[in-house]
Design a protein around this ligand. Structure first.
Ligand SMILES: *Cc1c(COP(=O)(O)O)cnc(C)c1O
Length: 415
């Protein structure tokens, strides 16, 4: 085996290394869960506190105009646009990803009134499947064609109104080919709806070049917007003017303060807002997104691939050398970095306890039932030295079976 380059050398020439100091991570923690809840960027606490104290406390109702609260969903969207290959004015931010997905899928269906099939995959993130089920409740003739893991979604599109997929699989990290699948959807007469929750902020994305019609994504993962941060919605210029979404609330109205009795959608993507936006959450996300100013997504993706690659190699070679646990640990993520997203999953029958033992050593990953250990690598705040320490800790815990203690095996609610 070719010896690995020293991590210090990699860190020294990492163009993103300087961003680490923009985050308030506790010392002694190696945080490999930024794909689940991003770390706290410095400045967010102060900004939120100032908005509460000054804009709410003193500005009161006038802050809707004077502090720009009204435009926040679009302004925050403009910060996300360059990360996903969208243009200014094409993204609106608000509500959870689940709600945003409901709105765009329903809008896609309304653009294909003669069709009654949604193609998705059974391994999709559960909330995405639950949302589709909820849409079906209102449209009992809708068929939800959830394909099995190894079936090519392109082969199941006949008669479909929409293809609804997650770009990076939350379990395995597999990256879907947005362009190929969107094109296949269009050839079949369907619209392409993408959930970018596990891709935004870690992959190079190109919504325009990728041929997507609608996209939604999560604000609290690699975007670091904080727990329950609002999600984003993008609609292609070609479809947005005719898109109608069913959660037609007053803030998505063309003129909310006219108090018209009938709904008329705002022009552009703003129509995907429902009610009054979550101002404090939007402010937190707005501040968190400042970290991305001047950051090249090409650098982010290159570092992410290098880090996931190094982690896999170091874990697998460490286990092989220790002679313990080999065969019990199985890489579930793709080996090819080109189709692997920002996280790495290993399966192990004792995965839950192993993750707990790692957390006790300050290495924070997570566990997804039944047996997946998931490690997310946020290139903005992780060093190569930390990758090595985390991999070595994992090898050590497996090789010595130090996970095999009651305090690590007892399950808690959030895993
Ligand atoms: C994280 C994630 C979500 C989150 O949904 P919320 O409603 O914002 O909690 C949705 N879909 C996917 C694919 C995700 O990874």
């Amino acid at each position: 085996m070719i010896p690995m380059e020293r991590p210090e050398a990699l860190d020294a020439r990492d163009p993103l290394a300087r961003l680490r100091e923009r985050f308030a991570l506790p010392s002694g923690v190696i945080y490999l869960d930024g794909n689940s809840l991003g770390a706290l960027p410095i400045g967010v606490s102060e900004r939120v506190a100032a908005v509460v104290r000054e804009q709410w406390g003193k500005g009161l109702i006038h802050s809707w105009n004077d502090a720009g609260w009204y435009d926040l969903p679009m302004r925050v969207g403009d910060r996300i646009a360059p990360l996903v290959g969208a243009m200014p004015g094409e993204i609106v931010v608000g509500d959870s990803t689940s709600v945003s997905l409901y709105r765009v899928v329903a809008a896609a269906l309304s653009l294909r009134p003669d069709r009654h099939i949604i193609v998705t995959e059974e391994g999709n993130f559960p909330t995405d499947l639950y949302i589709l089920e909820g849409i079906k409740q209102l449209r009992p003739n809708l068929e939800i064609r959830a394909i099995e893991r190894d079936v090519d979604p392109a082969s199941a599109l006949e008669g479909a109104a929409a293809l609804v997929l997650t770009h990076v699989d939350y379990k395995t990290g597999l990256v879907r080919d947005m362009k190929r699948l969107s094109t296949a959807a269009h050839q079949a007469g369907a619209l392409a709806v993408w959930d970018l929750s596990h891709s935004t902020g870690v992959l190079e994305l190109d919504l325009h070049g990728g041929g997507a019609d609608f996209a939604v994504g999560c604000g609290y993962k690699y975007l670091n917007g904080g727990p329950g941060a609002p999600s984003f919605t993008w609609a292609a210029p070609a479809v947005v003017a005719d898109a109608r979404q069913p959660l037609s609330g007053w803030f998505g109205h063309r003129d909310p303060f006219a108090f018209d009795a009938t709904y008329a959608p705002a022009p552009g993507v703003r129509r995907f807002i429902t009610g009054t936006q979550q101002v404090l959450s939007l402010v937190a996300l707005d501040e968190a997104l400042k970290v991305w100013e001047g950051v090249s997504m090409r650098h982010v993706r290159a570092k992410s691939m290098a880090q996931t690659e190094r982690f896999i190699e170091r874990v697998e070679s460490g286990i092989a050398e220790s002679g313990g646990g080999e065969g019990e640990l199985r890489l579930v993520s793709p080996r090819d970095p080109a189709v692997r997203g920002g996280h790495v999953s290993f399966a192990h029958a004792n995965g839950y306890a192993i993750v707990q033992a790692l957390i006790a050593e300050g290495v924070i990953g997570d566990f997804r039932a039944p047996d997946l250990m998931r490690f997310g690598f946020s290139p903005l705040y992780l060093s190569f030295a930390e990758i090595d320490r985390a991999a070595d800790a994992l090898v050590q815990i497996i090789a010595t079976r130090s996970w095999d203690r009651p305090r690590f095996t007892k399950r808690r609610v959030v895993t």
